[in-house]
Design a protein around this ligand. Sequence first.
Ligand code: ISL
Ligand code: CA
Length: 552
Amino acid sequence: MQEYKWWQDTVFYQIYPRSFCDSNGDGIGDIRGIVQKLDYIKWLGVGAVWLSPVYDSPNKDTGYDIRDYRRILREYGTMEDFDLLLAEMHKRGLRLVMDVVVNHTSDEHPWFVASRSSRDDPHRAYYYWRPGKGDGPPNNWSSFFAPSAWKYDTITGEWYLHCFGENQPDLNWENPAVREEIYDMINWWFDRGVDGIRIDVVSLFAKNCRFPDATLRKPNYDGHVFPIEHIAFQPRLPEYLRELNARCLAGRDRVSIGEGTFATTENAGSIVGEDRLDLLFQFDLMELGNGEKKWDVHPYDIPAFRETVLAWQRALDWNALFWCNHDQPRAVSRFDCPTPALQARCAKMLAGAMYCLRGTPFLYQGEELGMTNYPFSDENELRDIESIAFLHYEAAHDNAAYAWAGIRSKGRDNARTPMQWSDRPNAGFTTGVPWIPVNPNYPRLNAEQQARDPGSVLAFYRALLGLRRRSEALLHGTFRPLEQPGAEVFAYERRFGNERVLVVANMGLRPQPLDCAQELLDGEMLLHNLEQGPDQTLQPYELRIVRLSSSR
Ligand code: ISL
Ligand code: CA
């Protein structure tokens, strides 16, 4: 019998603190606001929270640019507030996972301030400093958020590497002193009582330190090369993760989740494993609505979804399952939903299709309501460094219309509009002026209204999580894909001993025939997202979760 860890039997809920709940009316979500909502989180049926960064930060990338790893951002509260949050969570049986951002720091971190001060500063080698080539940067690499990954610094006349924004200098993982600082910091949080870590862009920790020119295309902008081949999954990565495991994780019952930007089924093994990390976020499913670039808008590719899920279910014994996070558009907005009713049905179908797979579900705040993308049309509505840089770049090249279409469908701010608690002003998120606009659909789409409605998306999520807790097949069963005639139907079986559960989802807007219709109709319907009873045809976005009658 396989033994399961707590994090395999737990559903996680991601909180983006700035947009969750504002307790003091300054328009910014905060830690006390989260404390106020813990009963909601518990009631929803999740067992752990992944908290996006709450550390001291100049917020150039909303907290993913850390100035002090051992301090709470003043806008979010104090360390006492944090300790209160942790205690209140543990009291309710909820676990807390911190977001560890150590590929880079803020340029206001004391290490970087010292590092840039002179070429002989002891902190110089905490970062990657290189002389330029002629008047230009050391090589042709571009960054996620800027045309070049190098920034010239006048104080010492050299360039530093930043794979993200220019205010996010990359830490030099080659330097053992840097690694020791990071392990100490992680252990400091573990000693405080946190239950796990989500590690930001772990796949980029090791770099090709010969810094050769890159040849591959850039995922975001036209005409730039992006050095995936020199920054992602480099040879020393497994060594660093083994060391991190030995110093911080071994022998402790904590969970570790690596954000595997550019992960593939082939390279995933260098991140997850006994002596490395427990779980991996891979982005193959997120990219199915992309073209050549993230910003190209294409319909979500359902046959490719099916193939990709199968490949990952085969590649790893245990997957991290998610539709949303703070970097992704809202899942339901990836699909064509002509009416609010179909949109709600689609949101339920997506939940069932994803969270019955073998693995650990990660929900993102508001997903359980079926929250949607925001109709962005004005630069004043944007806050995200990535979207703003992209808009400026495209506008300068006469492509503003292309940029807006991209931002509306893929921009990260779509996930970051305030949580819609009620139909009160600002969706009940704040009594002040929210730091980012509230989605105008909040009067009809909010938690208070959905909590009263047994047919709501929220009620469906609660039922689904409850079902998962009670079913051995859904928790621990094997996974087997089922062939169906319709290309837009995604179907699979989970089986544990005699218990067989079938999940059948029509991911498209057209009705679809069913192959095993009678077997399904004879089984016990565990969860269904339609008002009317099931028949031989799958309706648009219909989902059925059925326990087969032959099973006990
Ligand atoms: O947003 C993305 C594409 O949709 C990703 O490429 C993302 O930028 C990448 O996965 C890294 O994300 C993480 O590190 C960034 C931070 O801005 C993101 O919020 C974080 O999740 C830099 O710390
Ligand atoms: Ca506040």
